[in-house]
Design a protein around this ligand. Sequence first.
Ligand SMILES: *Cc1c(COP(=O)(O)O)cnc(C)c1O
Length: 370
Amino acid sequence: MADLYGQYLRIKGEIDEAIQEVIRSSVFIKGGKVVDFEQNLGEYLQTSVVACGNGTDALQIAFMALGLQPGDEVITTPFTFVATVEVLALLGLKPVFVDVCPDHFNIDVSRIEAAITDRTRAILPVHLYGQNADMETLLGIARRHNLTVVEDAAQSIGADYLFTDGKIQKSGTLGRIGCTSFFPSKTLGAFGDGGALFTADPALAAKIRSIANHGMKVRYYYESVGMNSRLDSLQAAILDVKLKYLDRFIRARQQAAAWYDEHLADIGELSLPVRVPYSTHTFHQYTIRTEKRDELKEYLQRRGIPTMVYYPRAIHLQEAYLGLGYREGDFPVSERLTDTVLSLPMHTELTEEQLDYIVNAVKGFFTKGH
Ligand SMILES: *Cc1c(COP(=O)(O)O)cnc(C)c1O
């Protein structure tokens, strides 16, 4: 699914040197490399960045920083990685689900207003698989109803949002807070865990920084109940090297996606990922849909081709979240997607030979029967 070692070999010299530098300095927590990386990522995104321990923490810290109260409602989708919803549950907030669109997998903005109540405080869009949700519409709804927007940009770092007036902004910088993950297989991945929050508001950035550091104001004096969530200097050093290559990495993913598009175009039983007009697609995942998902997965597996199902069950039907009171049938689009989506191998090191092998296997499945 990913070739992290192959990617490392390409930039080994720089990565090894960055790691050695951290070891030589022996500043392993906070300090130089973390500050540099926050600065450089902030320049890339044109916002302020606070690094933290992982993407899940980033989401939790975001909602802690906003000061939401137990029982406050947050609108999000059930077709996401569990962390999006988990942090809400941990903080006593109430996740309120809105279904996604069948073609682009992101929140169906036409259904948001119907889900708003007088307890709604925030909307949490997830930019799934590397493509932005319809943020222009979503931000308009948030403005009209006085709601805060927190973006789950764990899969969409580097994606551009294209506003109708021509303005372009990076994914994760459109809401009040954006959250991302540097989990190794993410588009900008560390060699371990990492995450970050983005915000354009300096006071909020300071609050986020304090919460991520035990709620500390000045050393050993605490202004709020916080967490211990930090990016370590080794990960920051590695990420700082990889950040320079991020746009190239994204282009490599887009080229692989274009190859898949071209060679899988005319298979009737297969739907390819749809590109929306308001976002670039960074292809964290290249996700196809077919009624024969499980058979195709099995067929490819036998030919040595790994595939993944992101995600096999919607959150509202997960055992841990049945207490929210939703039932099967409540979010039919999400539920159908969990039965039909399949993500093909997608990374920066895919060769034409590998892509050829994969598309031929997929074509073989649909033409030869099985
Ligand atoms: C990966 C991911 C997260 C969590 O990130 P971690 O760094 O693994 O904690 C949250 N939301 C989405 C959509 C993700 O893909």
